[in-house]
Write a protein that binds this ligand. Structure first.
Ligand code: GDG
Length: 480
C-alpha cells in the first residue's frame, strides 16, 4: 500500500492545549488511521526561518515542519492567503485585497515548501495537498520532476467565476490546479463553480460530465468528498465529558436556564455579529424567554494578526456588551462570550447539554461543528440544530432548522421554534441527520478520496468523455 504524504499549511503535533481547526481535525483522522508523513508549517514565525524541516515521530505519523519568516508570514499567510483568497472564496469582496508582491510571496513559499518536500518523498508515495494555501504546489512539484499521484482537497468554498474574476491571477491559479491528478470539493456547487471556471479559462471542450478535465491529453479527475466526523468517537467524548468537572461546572453555572450554544473559530465568515443580533431580537420579541435561556458562544481567537479579524473581534465585544448591558438581570447574563479554547471532548459534552445549537456562518465550506452537534446529542432527547443554508453541511443536514444567516428576524423565529419543538419531532429529525452523518463520516471522506487518487484515471472512468473531440475543440480554439 502506498504511503500517504499529507501537506497542509498548518501541521499540529498532537499535544495538550492545541485547539485544532476543522482542516487539522480531518487530516489528523486520515493520518492516524493510515500513518504516513504530514508536512507543512509548524505555526512558528522566525528570522531566519528554519533552513530544514524539523522531523518528529508520534505513533505511526511522521511530522515534518518548517517555520515561516516574518516577511512570508506577512505577505504569504496574512496577505495572499488570508486577505486575498480567504475573503474571495467566501464571497467577502469588501474584504478582498490584491497585491502583486503578496502573490509573489505565495508562489515563493509554495516553491520553498516543494523543494523541502522533495528529499522526503519515496517512490511509492501518494501526495494529498490540503486547501487554498497550496493551490500551485503540484505545479512546483511537477517542475521538479515529481510524477507521483498528487491530489488536492479544498476545505473552503470555491467561488463562482463572476466573483473569481476580480482576482487578476485567477486564470494562472486555475491552470496550476490542473497539475493535480485529483481535485476534490466539499459540495456539488463548489465543483460546479470550479468546472465553470475551467471552461472559461481553458475553453468549453476541456470539461465534459462532472468527473474530469482534460489537459493536454492528461485527465485531471474532480469530485465531491464532503468531510465528516467520527460519529462514534464524538458520542463517546460527549458521554464521557458530561460526567467531568468542566461540564458539571458549566451546568451548575446555568442555574436551570436552557442552553443555546455556538462554537466557532473567531472569523468574520462565521456570522457571529448577525447571530448576536438575532438572539437580541429573540429576547425582545419573546420576553418570556428572558432569564430562561442562556446563550454560550465559544470563539477561540484565530488569525488575530490580520486586520479584518481584529475588527470583527472588537465588533463582537461591543455587540455582546450591548445585549448584556440592555437585557441582563442581577441573576442572568444573556450571552456568555468566551474567547478561549476547550479540549475537544469538553466541547462535545457542552453540546450534549444544549437543547439548541447555533451554526450560522455567512459562508462555510462544510462546518464540522454542525455535524459534531448532531453526533453529540442524546438520541432519546436530542437538541435542535439551527443551520445556515450557506454552510456546505446544509446540503446533508436537511432536517436542521435552516436559516438565512443575514435574516435576523428569521433566525430569531428559528430560536423560538427550536426551544419549543416537540420531542417526537426532535427525535425524528435527529435520526435522519445521524444517518446522513454515518453515510459521510470522516473515514468515508479520506478513504474515498485516497482510493480514487491511488487508482489510474482509466480505471475510474475519469475523463470518460470524448477526449479526441475535446482535443479537436481546443486546437480549433487556438486557431480561431
Ligand atoms: C475549515 C473550513 C470545513 C473549535 N473550537 C475549538 C475546537 N474547535 C473544533 C471544532 C471543529 C473544528 O474545530 C472547526 O471546524 P469547522 O468545520 O467548523 O471550521 P474551520 O476551522 O473554518 O475549518 C470548514 C473544515 O475546514 C473541514 O474541512 O468544515 O468549512 O472553513 O472540529 O470542534 N476544538 C478544540 N477547542 C476549541 O476551543 N479542541
Amino acid at each position: 500500500m502506498s504511503r500517504i504524504v499529507a501537506v497542509s499549511n498548518r501541521v499540529m503535533l498532537p499535544r495538550r492545549g492545541n485547539a485544532p481547526g476543522g482542516l487539522v481535525v480531518g487530516v489528523l483522522a486520515a493520518m492516524k488511521s493510515r500513518g504516513g508523513l504530514w508536512f507543512g508549517w509548524n505555526g512558528e514565525v522566525e528570522d531566519p526561518c528554519t533552513p530544514e524541516p524539523t522531523v518528529h515521530r508520534r505513533d505511526n505519523v511522521t511530522y515534518a515542519t518548517l517555520s515561516l519568516s516574518s516577511e512570508e508570514s506577512r505577505d504569504y499567510y496574512q496577505g495572499f492567503c488570508n486577505s486575498t483568497l480567504w475573503p474571495l472564496f467566501h464571497y467577502f469582496l469588501d474584504g478582498f485585497r490584491f497585491h502583486d508582491a503578496q502573490y509573489e510571496s505565495y508562489l515563493a513559499v509554495n516553491r520553498r515548501f516543494a523543494q523541502h518536500l522533495l528529499p522526503l518523498l519515496r517512490a511509492d508515495d501518494v501526495i494529498w495537498v490540503h486547501d487554498y494555501h497550496f493551490l500551485p504546489l503540484a505545479r512546483q512539484l511537477r517542475q521538479s520532476g515529481v510524477q507521483l499521484p498528487i491530489g488536492m482537497f479544498l476545505h473552503i468554498p470555491f467561488p463562482h467565476i463572476d466573483s473569481l474574476r476580480v482576482l487578476p491571477v485567477h486564470a494562472e491559479l486555475i491552470d496550476s490546479m490542473l497539475d493535480f491528478d485529483l481535485v476534490g470539493f466539499q459540495t456539488q456547487s463548489d465543483l460546479d463553480a470550479f468546472l465553470a471556471a475551467v471552461r472559461v479559462v481553458r475553453g468549453p471542450g476541456s470539461v465534459a460530465g462532472d468527473d474530469g478535465v482534460l489537459v493536454n491529453g492528461r485527465c485531471v479527475r474532480v469530485g465531491v468528498f464532503p468531510i465528516g466526523v467520527d460519529v462514534d468517537l464524538v458520542q463517546q467524548e460527549a458521554l464521557l465529558a458530561q460526567r467531568g468537572e468542566p461540564c458539571q461546572r458549566m451546568i451548575r453555572g446555568l442555574i436551570g436556564k436552557r442552553l443555546m450554544i455556538g462554537v466557532d473559530r473567531l472569523d468574520y465568515s462565521k456570522g457571529l455579529v448577525q447571530r448576536f443580533k438575532a438572539y437580541e431580537q429573540f429576547l425582545e420579541s419573546h420576553p418570556q424567554a428572558r432569564n430562561r435561556v442562556t446563550y454560550i458562544q465559544i470563539a477561540p481567537l484565530s488569525r488575530s494578526d490580520v486586520h479584518a479579524y481584529a475588527a470583527i473581534r472588537s465588533e463582537l465585544e461591543q455587540t455582546a456588551g450591548r445585549v448584556n448591558g440592555r437585557l441582563a438581570e442581577t441573576d442572568w447574563t444573556p450571552i456568555r462570550y468566551l474567547n478561549r479554547n476547550f479540549p475537544h471532548g469538553t466541547l462535545m459534552g457542552f453540546m450534549r447539554n444544549a437543547p439548541v445549537g447555533l451554526v450560522t456562518p455567512l459562508r462555510d465550506g462544510m462546518n464540522l461543528v454542525a455535524k459534531e452537534f448532531i453526533a453529540a446529542q442524546d438520541p432519546s432527547d436530542p437538541g435542535v440544530l439551527i443551520l445556515s443554508t450557506l454552510a456546505g453541511a446544509a446540503r446533508e443536514l436537511t432536517e436542521a432548522l435552516q436559516v438565512n444567516p443575514y435574516d435576523i428576524r428569521g433566525m430569531a423565529d428559528a430560536m423560538e421554534r427550536a426551544f419549543n419543538m416537540p420531542r417526537e419531532e426532535r427525535i425524528q429529525r435527529h435520526e435522519s441527520m445521524l444517518r446522513a452523518l454515518r453515510r459521510n463520516d470522516v473515514a468515508a471522506w479520506h478513504s474515498r478520496f485516497l482510493e480514487l487518487l491511488c487508482q489510474p484515471a482509466a480505471a475510474t472512468g475519469g475523463c470518460s468523455f470524448d477526449a479526441e473531440a475535446s482535443r479537436r475543440a481546443s486546437r480549433a480554439r487556438r486557431w480561431s
